[in-house]
Design a binder for this molecule. Structure first.
Ligand SMILES: [Cu+2]
Length: 329
């Protein structure tokens, strides 16, 4: 007896359901087991899984955004699981089987069902919108009296960080200028509110510290361009060195436009800022960001990690990413 005939002997309606459902149940059990075992065996913690690929944030704003991301992703997965389940259920149990003359019962134009399927997504979108607005308002809120103010100036292809409420030995506010040889160090205190005021000297750049879980475009002439170029963080939660980047394609050496955030305790930060307003007796010039940091003597935290952007050069006339080769080298 051929396969087709055997199928015809046992029409779909009379087949015992348990025999067909068993492989499905087994697949579901295996998938559930994999969901449990894979994170455990790869060393992922629940907290890490729930971040869905985001880095660990270091500001209260970052934490608020991470929570929004986590629960939005969980809600999306729940909706996905229900949708995939409904699709598989329809495919598995309501398909046209061999020997069937008519297609399965059609249920389109079911008004109550259509209304339900319109109302539920509308509610989901409204809830996501409300939570998003809430977090966005928090991230955009600026306190009138931040503890620290920093000016961020972007240019092709580097950064300058100024501390407007200070005075260096030359009478100008303390500033840290990234050059061909030195990655700019943005030294900041932990546990204090910080306000950033951004501006670009040429094209649009973007200030991005992955651990802040935040970036803001750096516009030339922000007032003329009607851009909100001031933003704040409630504080940095922990000490450390964090890479910062330009996140807006801004020209040939955009990818090299990195900086480094060094978060140190408020006490060390005050000492650092004090030093920057003095002359380094060894060089007879104002302390640079790196020199002042090393002077604090707090071990690895006070040792600049990234000294140079080699082979990147910010000399626009050179038209090459390599440093000039001097005779004899
Ligand atoms: Cu840039």
């Amino acid at each position: 007896m051929g396969r087709a005939q055997r199928g015809a002997d046992h029409p779909a309606e009379t087949r015992p359901g348990s025999a067909r459902r068993r492989p499905l149940r087994r697949t579901a059990q295996l998938a559930g087991l994999a969901l449990l075992v894979v994170p455990l065996t790869t060393g992922c913690s629940v907290e890490e899984v729930l971040r869905f690929g985001w880095p660990v944030g270091i500001t209260p704003q970052a934490e608020a955004m991470r929570e929004l991301w986590t629960w939005s992703a969980v809600a999306a997965l729940v909706v996905g699981a229900v949708t995939w389940g409904a699709m598989l259920w329809a495919i598995a149990f309501h398909r046209k089987r061999k020997g069937d003359v008519d297609p399965p019962r059609q249920t389109q134009y079911n008004l109550p069902l259509e209304i339900t399927f319109t109302v539920i997504p509308t509610i989901i979108v409204a809830v996501l919108f409300a939570f998003t607005v809430n977090v966005q308002n928090y991230v955009d809120t600026d306190s009138p009296e931040p503890d620290v103010r920093v000016d961020v100036t972007a240019f092709q292809w580097n950064w300058e960080f100024g501390y407007p409420e200070t005075q260096a030995p030359d009478g100008q506010p303390v500033s840290t200028l990234g050059t061909t040889d030195t990655i700019p160090l943005l030294v900041l205190p932990t546990g204090r509110t910080i306000e950033f005021t951004q501006s670009s000297n040429d094209v649009i750049h973007s200030f991005f510290v992955p651990e802040f879980l935040f970036k803001r475009d750096v516009f030339p002439m922000p007032e003329v361009n009607d851009q909100d170029n001031v933003w704040q963080i409630d504080g940095i939660d922990r000490e450390g060195a964090f890479v910062g980047r330009c996140a807006e394609l801004c020209g040939a050496y955009h990818s090299m436009m990195n900086f480094e955030v060094r978060a140190i305790s408020p006490e060390l930060y005050d000492q650092w800022l004090g030093l920057r307003q003095q002359t380094n007796p060894i060089t007879n010039a104002p302390y640079t960001a790196g020199e002042a940091l090393e002077q604090l003597g707090c071990g690895q935290l006070c040792t600049p990690q990234a000294y140079t952007t080699y082979p990147f050069t910010t000399d626009r006339t050179q038209r090459s990413a390599s440093l000039p080769v001097t005779s004899g080298s």
